[in-house]
Design a binder for this molecule. Structure first.
Ligand code: TA6
Length: 313
């Protein structure tokens, strides 16, 4: 699977920030992605013009900020563990021969990672599990993440967890962005004690801090960046919820590893399972899939037409 070497290899293992192990994925037409073993964390996704599509603000020795943190076995503070669970703060391993996928990705540019709990982890979350993560670049430069969590307990007990792909999209200017696909859905508002509301009929636009968990959302969401004339399409499976977060100016100032102005250039739209935790009996496996594509907005119809993006397959 993984090999070290020249520029053209679809998978290269090398050192990244702070000497941490990093896997670089390259697709023949020029798109690329980078995954750190620390956190099983995707930190970069570039299109075939070399443009960065994810926001990342990695400022060692802080944990990685930005990219796609894996929130497991707890989303945010929905439980007694550290915020967003411990998986993003553990070193994952490369798995050279994972159990087969029902639908196998044809892409050579992929890596399989695995996380198992340590003795220390079992003290804070007493459940044996295997978490397999495949990160792949599709032929058109799409980024595909598949998570498989298996209950490997021998004590006969089920366990429950919440989960999110906490994706930070890079945007030109947050004030010029809108999100389509979540309107009319219910959400829990983190800024109002997780109270439940219903989103109005309009697309979501941004003019202040937002931290909402949209519930039972469609499998496709579009993020339109008017200034860049780019639309991100999020396709998700096994992940009913979608979190939308931007800290805006005041909260950004309180986040040590985020520059005061950086909130303008990021938007988190997170495929998640939060409201209804996932429960696995021993031997059971859960799968959650995220597929990201970035298309010029003009591709949609000659004009910005998010409905076409959402309706197309
Ligand atoms: O997903 C939104 C959120 O839970 C926010 O409440 C905010 O705190 C954000 O994640 C970032 O969390 P972090 O622990 O990475 O600073």
């Amino acid at each position: 699977m993984a090999a070290a070497g020249g520029d053209k290899l679809p998978v290269e293992v090398c050192k990244g920030f702070s000497g941490l192990d990093r896997v670089v994925l390259r697709e023949a037409r020029g798109s690329s992605a980078e995954v750190y073993l620390y956190g099983g964390h995707v930190t970069s996704w570039k299109n075939d013009h070399g443009e960065e599509l994810l926001f990342a603000a990695f400022k060692p020795p802080k944990p990685i900020r930005g990219g796609i943190p894996i929130c497991f076995p707890q989303f945010a503070s929905h439980g007694g563990l550290e915020s967003h669970g411990f998986a993003r703060n553990r070193v994952w391993s490369i798995e050279s021969d994972p159990p087969p996928f029902p639908t196998n990705s044809a892409s050579k540019a992929h890596v399989d990672l695995i996380l198992k709990p340590t003795e220390e982890d079992l003290k804070i979350w007493p459940h044996s599990f295997e978490f397999r993560l495949r990160v792949a670049l599709g032929p058109g430069g799409d980024l595909l993440l598949t998570s498989r969590v298996r209950n490997t307990s021998t004590d006969g007990k089920p366990f429950s967890f919440t989960f999110a792909y906490h994706t930070y999209f890079a945007v030109s200017d947050i004030s010029e962005v809108r999100v389509e696909g979540l309107e009319t859905h219910d959400y829990l508002d983190n800024l109002q004690s997780k109270e439940r509301f219903t989103e109005q009929g309009d697309a979501i636009t941004f003019e202040s801090e937002i931290d909402k968990i949209y519930l039972s959302t469609p499998t496709k969401i579009a993020i339109l960046d008017h200034e860049k004339k780019r639309t991100f399409v999020v396709r998700k499976d096994g992940l009913p919820d979608a979190v939308v977060w931007n800290p805006w100016d005041k909260r950004a100032k309180a986040i040590a590893d985020l520059g005061d102005e950086e909130y303008k250039h990021m938007l988190c739209v997170e495929a998640a399972a939060v409201e209804k935790p996932i429960t696995l009996k021993p031997g059971e496996e859960w799968k959650g899939r995220l597929e990201l594509s970035a298309v010029p907005s003009s591709y949609c119809s000659g004009q910005l037409d998010p409905q076409k993006v959402l309706q197309s397959s």
